[in-house]
Write a protein that binds this ligand. Structure first.
Ligand code: PRP
Ligand code: URA
Length: 207
């Protein structure tokens, strides 16, 4: 259930944003572009149904998405990924999950959760640029499942094999989409080669 979304434009953007000299405004733009470029792959199997369609000339048939889409950025860094998805799916609702990784234990700590009360009938796309140990993504998926979500997929920019394994072990059926599958984690839980701290680079904090 892991798909690496491999595209020359994505690879070009990702290579440029990995550079430590890429400043926050440019970093934000590149993350947004990669997110948009990933949307077709991430949404390719969303269910649709046939509907009548009027054109100025005649009646034909078209097809529409069968369910609402809810985008769920994991705060903070997921916000950087959100706009690129909203650019192509403007009618999506947006829920928020606030998680911070405790940098000593590497365990995620939830500090904010806000989503529609009914999740069961929607397709949910969970967004976080970084899948490192997998603790944050696993916690986020768990909280959505506990709240009734039935259809969840996870999209990230850079994944570590360790994080993919953890998430797949917890949720074997969860589709995971990443722009890059990197090599491993370092001893501080950072992805190698990675791009550093995505939240800090997006928002210009502690860089
Ligand atoms: C980063 C990132 C993920 C998490 C990944 O967030 O955005 O949420 O780390 O690490 P994990 O897979 O080991 O859990 P961070 O906790 O640094 O918070 P921030 O987005 O507010 O900077
Ligand atoms: N979070 C980040 O922002 N970067 C990493 O490499 C790991 C976790």
């Amino acid at each position: 259930m892991l798909q690496t979304v491999d595209h020359p434009l994505i690879n070009d953007e990702l290579t440029r944003l990995r550079e430590p000299s890429c400043p926050s405004p440019e970093f934000r733009l590149r993350v947004r572009r990669i997110a948009s470029l990933m949307v077709p792959a991430v949404t390719a199997d969303l269910p649709t149904h046939v509907v009548p369609c009027n054109t100025p000339l005649e009646i034909t048939s078209g097809c529409k998405l069968s369910r609402d889409i809810i985008l769920v950025p994991v705060l903070r860094a997921g916000l950087g990924f959100l706009d690129g998805f909203l650019d192509l799916i403007p009618h999506a609702s947006v829920a928020h999950i606030g998680l911070a990784r405790n940098e000593e234990t590497l365990e995620p700590e939830a500090y904010y959760i806000n989503h529609p009360s009914v999740l069961e009938h929607s397709d949910i796309i969970l967004l976080d640029p970084m899948l490192a140990t997998g603790g944050s993504a696993t916690e986020a998926v768990r909280s959505l499942v506990n709240a009734g979500a039935k259809s969840i997929r996870f999209a990230c920019l850079v994944a570590a094999p360790e994080g993919v394994a953890t998430l797949q072990q917890a949720f074997p059926d969860l589709p995971i989409y990443t722009a890059a599958l990197d090599r491993c984690l370092d001893e501080r839980g950072y992805i190698l080669p990675g791009l550093g701290d995505a939240g800090d680079r997006l928002f210009g904090t502690d860089v």
